[in-house]
Write a protein that binds this ligand. Sequence first.
Ligand code: ITT
Length: 191
Amino acid sequence: MQLVFATNNQHKLEEVQAMVGTDIELKSLSDINCLEDIPETGETFEANASQKSQFIYNRYQLNCFADDSGLEVDSLNGEPGVYSARYGGTRDSESNLQLVLDKLGDSGMRTARFRTVISLILDGKEHLFEGVAEGEITKEKAGVKGFGYDPIFQPSGYDITFAEMTSEEKNSISHRAKAMHKLIEFLKAAR
Ligand code: ITT
């Protein structure tokens, strides 16, 4: 089946492409000629994921899904949360992750999680799927793979960051992988 993935984030698209295999023929926003800026004004991951998928469904009447995701740091009261993409004021990942490191300083309380909510719209009906990866924020960045906050996030049970893992390793344990797995299982059962 064909599904549009409503994202402008090339890294997310590549990760999800690697996860779906041949089960789903993934269409990107450029594949459907959508060059518009999709509004994202909600205060929760659910609201934003929903807003993005509904925008595409209403405009194109195509089955689609959108992912809203981010990093929640416990001792920063859950920040950057829904503001993850522009925490330091711009989309520059380096300054965004540096702001998290600066705010945490030497604190020993470094637990955090990545959370993804996916909103799928299939034949006009919405379904939500969530995935969480628990871990902690390192004191310094490490690794060059992945994107966003990966260089400062060490998942529980590992002594390396997401940015030091191969894409296969990250994609087997990440928040996005867990949410996508639920979506794929749902589609299999729905058929
Ligand atoms: P779209 O809205 O177009 O999908 P976006 O990058 O704006 O792309 P979000 O609004 O969901 O996506 O913001 C998510 C931000 O959270 C993203 O830009 C990263 O900074 C961070 N993030 C999400 N998933 C991540 C991951 O797997 N690894 C590292 N950082 C991640």
